[in-house]
Ligand binder design. Sequence first.
Ligand code: PMP
Length: 415
Amino acid sequence: MSAAQPAQRLEFDAAAVRGDFPILQQAVNGRQLVYLDNAATSQKPSAVIDAVDDYYRSCNANVHRAAHALSGRATEAFEAARRTLADFINSPAAEEVIWVRGTTEGINLVAASWGRANIGSGDKIIVTQLEHHANIVPWQLLAQQQGAELLVVPITASGELDLQVLQTLLDKRVKLVAVGHASNALGTLNPVADIVAMAHAVGAKVLVDGAQAAPHWPVDVQALGCDFYAFSAHKMFGPTGIGVLWGRRELLDAMPPYQSGGEMIERVSFSGTTFNALPYKFEAGTPNIAGAIGMAAAVKYLQSLDRAAALEHESALLEYTLQQAAALGAIERIGAPAQAASIFSFNIAGAHPADVGTLLDQQGVAVRAGHHCAQPLMEYLHIPGTVRASFSIYNTFEEVDLLFAALEKVKGLLL
Ligand code: PMP
């Protein structure tokens, strides 16, 4: 351990939190696993694994339909999960919480339903240079279909959005600003409340991709003032295949259905079909009941922690990482946003990120290497990709040391 480690390390018991995550207690390639790919997906605590297991063992049934005890129990747990999620993001109502497969489906739902109904020829959609493909491609397709224009907010040298340019792009033809709450590639935390105020001033709606923010910061959709907020369970200790789209009731009410079939109908007849009330209008087919219950268990797990201390711990890990990177040398950090998720995106001069990622894996260190589904950002930065170490609440300073011991070897092999 080096003397440079910040004092905060004693204030958050990452070792105890670690004990909640069974998967971390394993060796990979003969070494203790160091899991630093949390921005791709986080690991799951026993509380989540048990909630899903318990659901299938004790109350599995289809929801909202059958008049039997198990179905009642499943429905109750499913709707209680929705209320837990509504509370988690300070939604004014549980009906504004729509279960989706994840962030990607949430954004596609808004693009297909709200977008086709509200964006026309000559209108403008604004995205940013930092966006994940999930918050670019649906808007690109929509713009093509509707004859609208897609505009891009550039970034500054430190990897922050240039809000002055955003201001110049905003006019009455802008119908939507789609922005990430935090960047998965650089970590940048965007000033969403300010962006919402700027967008609303010209009458534009704001969709927030919250995939990378929800695991770290408390999300309050009312305080943000946004119109839509999408996030995935699997990045915040919950199961894959489930997430939430939150939307303002008046917008959701006015939107046409996205997918159609069972559950989303009020009455079906060959002379015409009427649709169910919120949130069911957007939940066609049997939902991911176990996933919703697992996502609620993840929220409860998060709420059982001191979240401010958890965030401080993650920030201290990043701070320590930056010190170690400076000490090691030959490491170029990509982006240096003032406010950021605990993501360290970097390259080793002269080495391809994929080679660095493979060599780290051989030493038991799991990172992500590549374009991180942010190819327009990589193109803008003139790099093929980055190596990304992304931290979570269960990571430790010892793991940062292991990362840098491994990087030292990588340097020796590649340079
Ligand atoms: N947006 C961001 C910023 C992300 O990091 C991701 C996941 N990498 C997504 C959207 C897509 O999330 P999902 O795959 O869970 O739909």
